[in-house]
Design a binder for this molecule. Structure first.
Ligand SMILES: Nc1ncnc2c1ncn2[C@@H]1O[C@H](COP(=O)(O)OP(=O)(O)OP(=O)(O)O)[C@@H](O)[C@H]1O
Length: 383
């Protein structure tokens, strides 16, 4: 994972995600990748920490400190905090050497409204940008995944992020059909929390739900692990003492995925701490609703795709990007239900940031993909 480094005042691309914010600096690549979380002092509104440091505080803060996620469902939910978070990240990548205000390309979900677009532009300007351009998330994801977006053939990208799943068919540098649904990684975490609460009367935090999803969550019993998925898993299990990470990638790859996960939470009846073991089968069952919603969004977008482009997609396959692409078996499930090959992009978590970065690097040639106005979006909202 890229660490933050200083650079000398240059243009940048920002993947302002619900879960993570990535900053790409022209000529440098992805230089910052941190959780989109801000810890705020509730009494005076001052920002105490941002990113990794703030994420650590989620669920553990004293009452006067609130951990805020300024983006929800892929859009800015708390404008002021989003602006301060962006300002912090821009400053962090600039280090002490500050030059002219940078030109910034910000990636936004394809389903956001005009008001939301203006809010992003305003927040980036307030955060120090000289000029702000927007690129739609599926377009950035497709560029970052290396798809030939400018060619006259159809390609389909499905970006499963934290707040939104973006499905788009792209040809000749434009989005032909697209769908943005507010069901993605966060909805999966919420489905796990609600299952554990209903079935075992156990209250768990959002970080625990995410760990369960990454460790034993799946969309199909026959899904295999990707290298990135295994690395994420090893990290999580190391934290949970379920696996000793030796640091040897081959050893990690040779591991059989676990099918059980032990959690601790608060019993809602007795109010006391309780420990229990969850199985992969029950978590797959718990994830049925969000996974079905994602499959449905892809199916509906395919149904609306012009036949020639649909033919191209049948040949080339669908490309999965975003952190949700690492949910074990999502590729298998989509491929089985739609009868189309599904490929997980290399480094799916970085595709949107890398694609946004390409727009910064090749500003002149990719200018046409920027600042597209919504108009051909098929549907938005929660399915
Ligand atoms: N190994 C994994 N298995 C399942 N889900 C994962 C895995 N790794 C990351 N995720 C999920 O991916 C999501 C984050 O993905 P990503 O960083 O692409 O989203 P984002 O860009 O922040 O969100 P959005 O695009 O909605 O604004 C989180 O919900 C996270 O839990």
């Amino acid at each position: 994972m890229a660490q933050s480094k200083s650079f000398s005042g240059r243009d940048m691309g920002i993947d302002l995600g619900t879960a993570n914010t990535l900053v790409y600096v022209r000529g440098k690549g992805v230089v910052l990748n941190e959780p989109s979380v801000v810890a705020v002092n509730a009494e005076d509104g001052s920002v105490l920490s941002v990113g990794f440091e703030a994420k650590e505080t989620i669920g553990r803060t004293p009452s006067n400190i609130v951990a805020v996620r300024p983006l929800r469902d892929g859009v800015i939910a708390d404008f002021e905090i989003a602006e301060r978070m962006m300002r912090h990240f821009i400053k962090k990548v600039q280090g002490n050497r500050r030059f002219s205000r940078p030109r910034v390309v910000v990636c936004v979900p394809s389903g956001i409204t005009g008001v939301e677009r203006r809010a992003v532009i305003e927040a980036a300007s307030q955060a120090g940008a000289r000029q702000v351009h927007l690129v739609e998330e599926p377009m950035a994801a497709a560029i970052g995944a290396g798809l030939p977006v400018s060619e006259p053939t159809g390609c389909m990208v499905v970006d499963v992020g934290g707040g939104t799943t973006e499905v788009a068919v792209i040809s000749l540098g434009g989005i032909v059909t697209a769908r943005s649904v507010r069901t993605a990684g966060d909805a999966m975490d919420a489905a796990i929390t609600s299952y554990v609460k209903k079935k075992f009367s156990l209250a768990i935090g959002e970080r625990t739900a995410e760990e369960i999803k990454m460790s034993i969550g799946s969309a199909s019993p026959t899904g295999s692990w990707t290298a990135a998925g295994l690395t994420a898993l090893a990290k999580q299990l190391e934290k949970n003492d379920g696996l000793e990470d030796t640091g040897d990638p081959e050893e990690t790859q040779g591991l059989l995925p676990p099918d059980r996960f032990t959690i601790r939470g608060r019993d809602q009846v007795s109010g006391l701490p309780k420990t229990l073991e969850l199985t992969a089968d029950e978590i797959r069952h718990a994830l049925t609703e969000p996974v079905d919603a994602i499959v449905m969004a892809v199916r509906q977008t395919l149904d609306e795709t012009p036949p020639e482009l649909a033919g191209d997609i049948m040949d080339r396959g669908i490309v999965l990007t975003g952190g949700g692409a690492l949910l074990r078996g999502l590729d298998v499930r989509l491929s089985r239900e739609l009868d189309i090959p599904v490929i997980i992009a290399d480094e799916p978590l970085d595709c949107v940031a890398v694609g946004t970065g390409r727009c910064v690097e090749d500003f002149a040639s990719l200018k046409t993909v920027l600042d597209a106005q919504p108009g051909r979006l098929l549907g938005t909202g929660r399915l």
